[in-house]
Design a protein around this ligand. Sequence first.
Ligand code: GLA
Ligand code: ZN
Length: 676
Amino acid sequence: MFRFGVDYYPEHWPESRWERDAQLMQEAGFNTVRLAEFAWSRLEPAPGHFDFDWLDRAIAILQARGIQVVLGTPTASPPPWVMAMHPDAYRVPESGLPVTYGNRRGYCPTHDGYRARSRLVTQAMATHYAAHPAVIGWQTDNEFGDRCYCAHCCAAFQAWLQKKYGALDTLNAAWGTIFWSHVYTAWTQIPAPLATAAPFGDGSHNPGLALDYYRFMSDCYVAFQHEQVEILRKACPVHFITHNLMGIGYDRLNYFDLAADLDFVSWDNYRRMQWTFQPTVPPSEAALAHTAMRGLKHKNFWVMEQQAGSGGWQIVSVAPRPGELQLWAYQSIAHGADAIIFFRWRTARFGTEQYWHGLLEHDGRTSRRYAEIKQMGAEIARVGAQIAGSEVRAEVAMLLDYDSRFAFQIQANNPAFHYTAHVHDIYQAFHARNVAVDIISAQDDFSRYKLLIAPAHYVLTEQTAAAITRFAQQGGAVVVTPRTGVKDETNTIVDVPLPGYLAKLCGIEVEEYDSLPAGVSQPLAFTNADIDITEAPHAKIWCDVVRAVDAQVVARYTQEYYADSPAITLNAFGAGHAVYVATFGDAALYSALAGWLLKLAEVEAMAASPAGVECCVRWQGGRRLLFVLNHSTEEQHVVLPETMLNLLTGETTPLSAVELRPRQVMILAAPSGDGR
Ligand code: GLA
Ligand code: ZN
């Protein structure tokens, strides 16, 4: 079943309004509503005094309209009495100054008292709703992840280290604490890497210590969530459990670890927000985020918060243009969403998020946005069952590595280098060609792919290097980019030439490197005739100076003392290949490379389309559902890969090409059930 619905806060509105809300939701085609995620003060007004009556009444009204419910555990926003009971449970950010009451996510994830209160409220909700026929599942907390540096966390870190390293000698050796005489002689001497100890931020701490702290902090949230998951699984074995993550941009938590405990991943997809006061998150960035969320469990996901209007706390973002909300929602579906839950129902009249617009206006009127989503609701009623459960299939994979992300937070290497921007730069070249990509972890099975990209895989274990090498050995094509293999898992630099454990696979050695100043770039000269170049590719940010040992040279630098030395190499290895791209390039470089790599790895695009039109496929067994999304404000013409029917309009004449209006979406399928 395809889930279509909205995030609803009945506690924000008079009860006399609830019936009207439910009616409008039903008319919009909604079958699912998320409730209660910030309602702790209403669910437990005083310690141990629970009140579910109001929520029962709200659920009953929705249930009567055929709407089912996902409940959030309310722990992201404790009521004042919780924090008054535990004044030392306030989270301490990197600055060392504890937060005060007034926002949300102000709690320390390791605090025993807070954890106990979280278990109690979760248990009470789970017991009360376990057998409720309208409740289908749970969302843990809300958008986990802010790091805490308080005394409780520091003590828990010391215990975590003791378990990990066993002996201080081992820890001292792993981190290289002899540097600046940081040799620890008692576990209690080990600090949390507060900014106060380090005039240049965390980068001044020992990199081994800082990386372990980031891993530890990630583990804290995973453990905090696990306590809720255990309670919910035991009390409500038939319900699903999910969490609303924050896409690929969020980098404080190892999302692979967080997702391991969930039945499926959900995430919050905002395209236009106040704090990025810019026209829109580009389609390729949204596509990458969806892809990354799908890859966490190799599974379809939910969008638990899909934008419903202008975003805004203090500043109001540009209003979504007619058609945009639908286009963004359909893009989510095209990349593997099996549920679209809009945030939020009615725009709040009070509180921090007064300007985060929902489908209804402040005064309760239905909006233009509501009308657009209602139209989508009618379409989903027609096609939702065909879409739900269909899968995205990719032959290209890119590694996403949280250890490397954490390590780059400690040492950026170059101020212009951003890990996810680099991942996006490469992804974008495949996205523009309508080639499906999976974003996966280094622990995944690579054998289902033809092309594997390891972008700036900075912290590289010997096991991961061996798995990548095996993939090439067995016929796969591997792409490696700069700053790969620099560090071992202790965040210590390897004592072999870079790219470290992958040097043999790549058939090269990095002799030295040049970290470029902002704005400096140089054109590359290509020596491989198989590469189609439409625009001159440039190197920027970083240039590895490489010696080709076994590899062929594909492109060379043209400037600086390393002019003529290799910038891109190709090495035949076993039954496969390894490509080393020795610099961070511009869009022209990755575009040229993508075209060539697809030929090398024998990967085909899903469809051809003009710029601004995205094509995605979800497979229902052997039948493909082709999503054609016109992100542009112009009419567009797309030739289809086979004759297909337009599922959204239910037309019965097969089409071989389609015309799309600005921002129009089409979902097409072959007339027969089993056509390719
Ligand atoms: C996040 C949260 C929501 C809400 C929105 C808008 O995604 O999960 O509770 O705060 O942002 O600000
Ligand atoms: Zn803490």
